[in-house]
Design a protein around this ligand. Sequence first.
Ligand code: GUN
Ligand code: ZN
Length: 434
Amino acid sequence: MPLTRKAYRAAILHSIADPAEVGIEASYEYFEDGLLVVDNGKISALGHASELLPTLPADLEITQYQDALITAGFIDTHIHLPQTGMVGAYGEQLLDWLNTYTFPCESQFADKAHADEVADIFIKELLRNGTTTALVFGSVHPQSVNSFFEAAQQLDLRMIAGKVMMDRNAPDYLTDTAESSYVESKALIERWHGKGRLHYAVTPRFAPTSTPEQLTLAGQLLTEYPDLYMQTHISENLKEIEWVKELFPERKGYLDVYDHYQLLGERSVFAHGVHLCDAECARLAETGSAISFCPTSNFFLGSGLFNLPMAEKHKLNVGLGTDIGGGTSFSLLQTLNEAYKVMQLQGARLSPFKSLYLATLGGARALRLEDKIGNLQPGTDADFLVLDYNATPLLGYRLKQANNIAETLFVLMTLGDDRTVLQTYAAGNLVHQR
Ligand code: GUN
Ligand code: ZN
């Protein structure tokens, strides 16, 4: 195959470490006049344009942007494909919200044509918002995952998804059985896991909707295949937590249910964790498990405030999640806008560089993909974004007053949204142009 080389010149910023570990200044690299070189879908060089240009052929095609920032593609560590059509459902908290809105909406995925249509809308929406990798819940129907992976494969996206396993406490039209969930998940794993940039996640919805038999089989799948992911929900809502205690009286607490069925590990991502205690955070950290912090959802469903400083104290891996459709925006910029307020309400700060980390490298680490995505280091996948400083009149005016990249970044995260994403590239291909 002939070498396809392209270069992109603009201000470039990426996260290289967690500010909680190395301090803010050592957590990022910023090139005011930077150059990003892409060879065959991978980043081959990054640096100051003045230093890199003399090393490159004079006839190299260079795309140049003014008033724009190149950064790594965003990583959404928790989102539900079949809830795309029910974002912004009024009036309920988690358990009533599931019964009133979520389960009826997900039931439509029994129809493959519906699954195809929504998968297309969903992927376009991810890319419009600059999200290049997501950890995705399907519905209970295997075709929800087939539709999603078929669409993701066409664009060579790095995506992770799984079919929901749910064999109790949900309507009959939406439940599988322990056995059928095992067989169907296995078939999806065989078909998709490790194909191109696609990965499979074993997906028990949450403890209340799985029998002990189903949780046992979920754990068994994880032992049968290397590098599988596991995704579920934990400690989101106080009534949910009480219910788990009633359903599993023999266990010490909510996390202990998952622990007992061997669902913790380096590729396990637990959504929310709003009400986790210190000991649970320690256990998650010890097993290498990650939390997906979903601020727009936690506000919208009245679930509570995630304690990021406690997670940091335990060196727990944390990524950011939109949790569509409990969450209200596909935009990780808007998700960070709300994350900042979660910290403010707890008397804490969220620095713009910690925010950048959460939306990119932190998500990659939560997914154990930091050697492939999450920043712009040479050798990684060329999944990157061009953010437009003049996306709206207010943004353009406000950014003219910004004195440094910290201020620019914070304003982008406060005022920015899908309109801010001028272009999205995946594996070096332009996959969204505003
Ligand atoms: N817990 C179990 N299922 C769900 C879901 O679909 N969304 C959210 N936010 N929490 C859940
Ligand atoms: Zn969720």
